[in-house]
Design a protein around this ligand. Sequence first.
Ligand SMILES: [Fe+2]
Length: 134
Amino acid sequence: MNYFVWDVEKYSVGHADLDQQHQQLLEIVNRLIEHVVLGKSDDFALTEILLELNSYAARHFETEERVLMAIDYPLIHEQKEAHGNYIAKLSQCMMQLEQGGVDFMRLLEFVRKWWEHHILTDDMAFKPLLEKGV
Ligand SMILES: [Fe+2]
């Protein structure tokens, strides 16, 4: 599984705070990949990284929704729904984790794909509006 390599051309959505948060989120996902793929640590350490990812994601969604509201982004409801679904899915995984029933590889695939799609598809959709300074 490939690590994320931050590339402004590829990942920038044209907003300094959001770019910085995305960069940080991808860095946490990279750490998760490293731990799972290399089998570097136990479930406790992985849970710690997931908790960090969740709390940072919640902070990011809050910032992003504020930015999108300020520009009257027409797809804000879809965006909020996607954020809510992600949080619900991760909460469910955290619960399963406590019971020891999580396939880390599958969870990692989901998290990696989700963030890639979030930045490259969902967030790129509002980039032209931010650039216009709407
Ligand atoms: Fe985002």
